[in-house]
Design a protein around this ligand. Structure first.
Ligand code: 28F
Length: 365
């Protein structure tokens, strides 16, 4: 778990550490609405309707699981219950760091018909976990105020920045409703994001100003606990926009998921074109740049133990992901081409135009 700086970036990162725990609960299938509230005092409230953080006594620690999750700084990695860090946060690992970096924090847990509560100052409990009421729902509500002695640069949250990431998380986690509300405004108005189609709607959003060749091609599959999701849509332009994510983190430097996808894209289009005699005999195969012209694509991988590499730790290194992504994408994409010969021809034609332009440019250079 890495908060990084104690600047504005670190301040905003605190929010995502807490939200990630709600996302984990959604990925586990128990939560379908997450609320993010910027309070008047620039503290943050996050609410989910998951199962609620467990409160049973943690045998080794001799304390309720809730207190352990909120106060014991984990080295990250595998948690004793065997749950892995998946969505970018481990159930509770980030929470203890956010708590330590907050001048105050309080957690309400709705679970087993009871409302549990504990509050903290700079990560230290003010009292033990208490039952403060009854409830007929389940879920967790956390409010934290970042410590101004640590976040000296700014205490102000930027709504636009939180809004952009909230929308992106809703695209990346289909059928999850995420709301955000800025109570520092005179008339606070919550914004709600919910995308039935997830990243298929994300590529349509990215192509909203363009003519497109077809409906988004979407696929999702999982192999060995690794989920690979993709959505692609060609437009009438020349730019290639490929965005890849690992556990909702934007892997800006790419990695094995992106390279597996790119290899499969080129191979499947060439195989289809050859098999359907769309190339003249001595036409050379299309290359990656040719088939990526006008392509908008999102690859989103969920991995239990991602290895991030590169300058900014945003390159996925897990080698097994390359073949898994290639396999899942090529299977679904080749089926799409066979079932949609008109669109397939358009995609091949577009690639042929790009390759002829490329070869001509090389000749005249
Ligand atoms: C507003 C922030 O932190 N939500 C969370 C859960 C639910 C479970 C959980 C969290 C215990 C030991 C991992 C409940 N029931 N929102 C949140 N919701 N953590 S954090 O469990 C932590 C586990 O290992 C949960 C059954 N299993 C898990």
């Amino acid at each position: 778990m890495y908060i990084g700086s104690t600047s504005g970036r670190g301040l905003h990162h605190l929010v995502w550490e807490i939200v990630d725990n709600s996302i984990d609960e959604a990925l586990a299938g128990y939560c379908d609405h997450i609320q993010i509230i910027i309070e008047k005092d620039n503290s943050i409230t996050v609410i989910d309707d998951g199962r609620g953080i467990p409160v049973d006594m943690h045998k080794k620690a001799g304390k309720p699981a809730l207190e352990v999750i909120m106060t014991v700084l984990h080295a990250g990695g595998k948690f004793d219950s065997g749950t892995y860090k998946v969505s970018g946060g481990l159930h509770g690992v980030g929470a203890s760091v956010v708590n330590a970096l907050s001048e105050r924090c309080e957690v309400y847990v709705h679970r087993d018909g009871k409302l549990y509560y504990q509050s903290y100052q700079r990560g230290i409990p003010n009292d033990e976990v208490k039952v403060i009421g009854e409830t007929d729902k389940t879920g967790t509500k956390t409010n934290f105020k970042p410590d101004p002695e640590i976040f000296t640069e700014t205490e102000e949250y930027e709504y636009e920045q939180l809004l952009h990431r909230t929308r992106e998380l809703a695209y990346l986690n289909k059928q999850l409703k995420i709301s955000i509300e800025d109570r520092r405004e005179e008339e606070p108005e919550a914004e709600h994001f919910y995308y039935e189609g997830g990243i298929a709607e994300y590529v349509e959003h990215l192509n909203r100003k363009r003519e497109t060749l077809h409906e988004p091609i979407y696929g999702e599959s999982d192999i060995d606990d690794i989920t690979v999701e993709f959505a692609i849509q060609y437009n009438d332009g020349f730019a290639s926009n490929i965005y890849s994510f690992t556990n909702n983190i934007h892997t800006a430097e790419g990695g094995t998921h992106e390279s597996g996808f790119k290899t499969a894209l080129t191979r499947v289009i060439n195989d289809y074109a050859r098999k359907n005699h769309l190339y003249k005999e001595n036409d050379p195969n299309l290359i990656g740049d040719d088939v990526r012209e006008g392509l908008t694509a999102i690859i989103s991988v969920k991995h239990p133990d991602p290895q991030f590499e590169g300058q900014t730790k945003t390159k996925l290194g897990n080698s097994e992901v390359r073949t898994i992504t290639d396999q899942i994408f090529s299977d679904k994409f080749s089926t799409f081409l066979i079932e949609n010969p008109k669109v397939a021809r358009q995609i091949v034609e577009k690639g042929l135009m790009a390759s002829r332009a490329r070869i001509a440019a090389k000749k005249s250079a």
